[in-house]
Design a protein around this ligand. Structure first.
Ligand code: BES
Ligand code: MN
Ligand code: MN
Length: 413
């Protein structure tokens, strides 16, 4: 469908590039080799829709309700990719494409983009461009436009704590044999102190210290703490001591359990001392932390704090590098002008808390900076049940993208 929509919109050389995993869709429209080239990146893969029973309508059957498109991927990222297809189609129809454009839409962003990394390294010539544009992030609000100028990195691990060689009677053995679920909870609770600092030795060694002046500048971005709490149904926010909630979710690293299981979780009460406990843990990283180094530090720490009564195993999953994007280059200025025109307000540069692992690799391998010009909202429930994308946001994106192309083409003359 991605391939066909690019063909229909007017792209040439649209192809499906096979990888060891899900394929990449590539397409281009080269109008004049002397003009600048914009490379559009996005992803057609999505996070699982479960728990499906919490959706008000089927996740893969989009419906528009109250001005919002409800579907898995409506905001992250299929809906935002489609804005680029539509904006391109309009520019083609009006004979108004001011620069060359290349599209690279992948299917493995949500699992770390490992195969895209290999593809990029092998196709540097094909992907030659002047700037990369990505719509896969959020605005502060529909009347407070923003451009994302930072992404956190990621280290994701799965841990296993094993005790006795089978589940045991919790009366016969409880009190004499250690319980892996209790042990895992204890180990996890010790990985953060009362101030919210992560206790892994060396974890903060490479963390960027953001200056007070920069923090004061960031604090100017509007944040309604009451609305934030109300929207999530929480009574209080909680961030690392000395940092605000927006700082905690952008310029500081985290350690969070994403899932934890073990023992008896069926109906009623079964008295059992489990043999094993498991958890999936993510660490969001900030400049200049290195995901591989952090994963290693985690592993050593986890093995060190395990009591002798259990054995532990740490299995790393995918990772990604953190990144900061400057605001003083032609691509950013063009995006800022475009949004200023379409929203009537200058967008605010903000550092995001999420990760898009391939962006750091684009810079390293292609020498290209990315513009994170996303049109979603943090309240779109991406990765959650009832993900939605505002029709306003979808249309605003289609309106803004050609303005960006025009400003970028002009700036490069
Ligand atoms: N589009 C998101 C990232 C995002 C969302 C950044 C909102 C900023 C604001 C992306 O699809 C995503 O979810 N990435 C994963 C990466 C991971 C699975 C390697 C993430 O951040 O968890
Ligand atoms: Mn995304
Ligand atoms: Mn996502």
């Amino acid at each position: 469908m991605v391939k066909q929509s690019l063909i229909d919109a007017g792209a040439d050389l649209v192809e499906i590039c096979e990888t060891a995993g899900h394929p990449i869709v590539y397409g281009e429209k080269i109008i004049d080799a002397s003009l600048p080239t914009v490379l559009v990146y996005g992803h057609y893969d999505v996070q699982p829709a479960d728990p499906v029973e919490l959706w008000h309508s089927p996740p893969f059957d989009p419906v528009i309700k109250d001005g919002k498109i409800y579907a898995r991927g409506s905001a992250d990222d299929k809906g935002q990719v489609f804005m680029h297809v539509k904006a391109f189609e309009i520019m083609m129809k009006n004979n108004a494409l001011p620069c060359n454009v290349k599209f690279m839409i992948e299917g493995e962003e949500e699992v770390g983009s490992v195969n895209l990394g290999i593809f990029v390294k092998a196709n540097k010539e094909k992907l030659a461009a002047d700037v990369i544009v990505i719509s896969d992030t959020s605005l502060i609000a529909n009347d407070v436009p923003s451009i994302t100028v930072g992404l956190r990195g990621l280290s994701y691990v799965e841990v296993e704590v094993v005790g006795p060689n089978k589940d045991l009677h919790s009366g016969v053995y409880g009190g004499a044999v250690d319980n892996p679920v209790n042990v895992l909870c204890d180990m996890i609770s010790k990985m953060k102190d009362a101030d919210g600092h992560i206790t892994i030795e060396g974890f903060y060694d490479d963390v960027e210290i953001v200056s007070d002046a920069d923090r004061a500048e960031m604090a100017k971005a509007p944040f309604d703490e009451e609305a934030f709490k109300k929207g999530l149904g929480i009574k209080a926010t909680r961030s690392e001591k000395g940092f605000s909630a927006p700082e905690g979710s952008s310029i500081r690293p985290t350690l969070d359990v994403n899932g934890i299981w073990g023992g008896y979780i069926g109906e009623g009460a079964k008295t059992v001392l489990p043999s094993k406990a498991q958890a999936k843990i993510s660490m969001r990283l900030v400049p200049y932390q290195d995901p591989a180094k952090i994963t290693q530090l985690f592993k050593e720490h986890f093995e060190r704090i395990a009591p002798p009564s259990v054995s532990v195993k740490v299995t790393p999953h995918h990772g990604g590098d953190p990144l900061v994007i400057p605001t003083d280059f032609p691509g950013y200025r063009a995006a800022s002008k475009a949004m200023e025109e379409s929203f009537g307000k200058t967008p605010i540069p903000v550092r995001g808390g999420g990760s898009i692992p391939i962006v750091a690799l684009f810079e390293k391998e292609l020498g290209l900076k990315s513009i994170l010009m996303g049109f979603g909202l943090n309240s779109d429930d991406i990765h959650s049940p009832n993900e939605h994308y505002g029709v306003f946001n979808y249309l605003k994106g289609i309106e803004t993208i050609p303005l960006f192309f025009n400003h970028f083409a002009k700036a490069s003359k």
